[in-house]
Design a protein around this ligand. Structure first.
Ligand code: ADP
Ligand code: ADP
Length: 229
């Protein structure tokens, strides 16, 4: 499960202005595809179509061979785990934030998801130790730490497809590296789509798709793209 296909996908918010001009894209199960490109290239629009916030005006999007326009919102939400670029956390414990909306989740599952997202790394660095920190309210978290909590929340749902949108997140390079490390571990067996601003953040992707003005300008691995440019 977790096979994504865009077939000649076209879209415009307004009829006279096409934003996506025929996108072909395949994300094979268990692989990571990064969509990079400058601001305004159409990256967020592409992900909005995948979530069915909008319908394509041409072409189609398939998940596991099924046109998503024929898939219910409920099963689409089941299939897609989205880590938004600016995750809003509740002013509560890390455990609460990770478990939110997962009433059936046990403490073990929540902590497992937290570990999967490498949250233990920064929690372990705190004097009181992991368990107490997961349960502590009002922890001051950095942007990167918040991102990891958001990743853990999404992972707990265990969706076959993970969408990670870092398009405009203003993270420092250390945080960026840490998140890349996190992604590498969590995305290992998932189909993942990473929306990114810069090529340097998606070195490990199996395929990088460079969007430019609503079209695929280039595609390949990080090494292939570097060689060409
Ligand atoms: P990116 O994520 O690559 O920065 P976007 O997909 O956000 O690009 O935007 C692509 C183009 O679509 C831009 O020209 C942007 O102004 C336009 N756009 C984005 N969202 C909307 C919207 N809700 N209504 C109209 N135009 C939009
Ligand atoms: P992001 O790409 O980070 O999700 P937004 O969707 O808010 O951010 O905006 C992306 C781009 O689309 C920005 O350049 C923004 O100005 C533009 N945009 C967003 N909404 C509209 C809109 N309703 N009409 C025109 N442009 C829009």
């Amino acid at each position: 499960a977790g096979h994504i296909r865009f077939e000649d996908v076209r879209f415009g918010y307004e009829p006279e202005r096409e934003i996506l001009k025929g996108i072909d894209l395949e994300v094979k199960p268990g692989t990571m595809v990064a969509v990079v490109g400058p601001s305004g290239a159409g990256k967020s629009t592409l992900s909005r179509l995948l979530f069915r916030f909008y319908e394509p005006t041409g072409g189609r999007i398939l998940i596991d061979g099924q046109d998503i326009s024929e898939v219910s919102q409920a099963s689409l939400r089941q299939a897609l785990g989205i880590v938004p670029q600016d995750s809003v956390l509740f002013n509560d414990t890390i455990g609460y934030n990770i478990g939110y909306g997962r009433d059936g989740a046990s403490q073990d599952e929540i902590e497992g998801a937290a570990r999967g997202a490498a949250i233990h790394d920064f929690i372990a660095a705190l004097p009181q130790g992991y368990a107490s920190q997961v349960g502590e309210r009002g922890l001051k978290l950095s942007g990167g730490e918040k991102q990891r909590v958001a990743i853990a929340r999404t992972l707990l749902k265990n969706p076959p497809i993970l969408i990670f949108d870092e398009a405009t997140s203003a993270l420092d390079s250390r945080t960026e590296a840490a998140i890349q490390e996190t992604l590498r571990s969590v995305a290992a067996r998932k189909t993942s789509v990473v929306i990114a601003h810069r090529l340097s953040t998606v070195v490990d992707a199996d395929q990088i798709v460079v969007l430019h003005e609503g079209q695929v300008a280039e595609r390949g691995t990080h090494a292939q793209l570097l060689r060409r440019n």
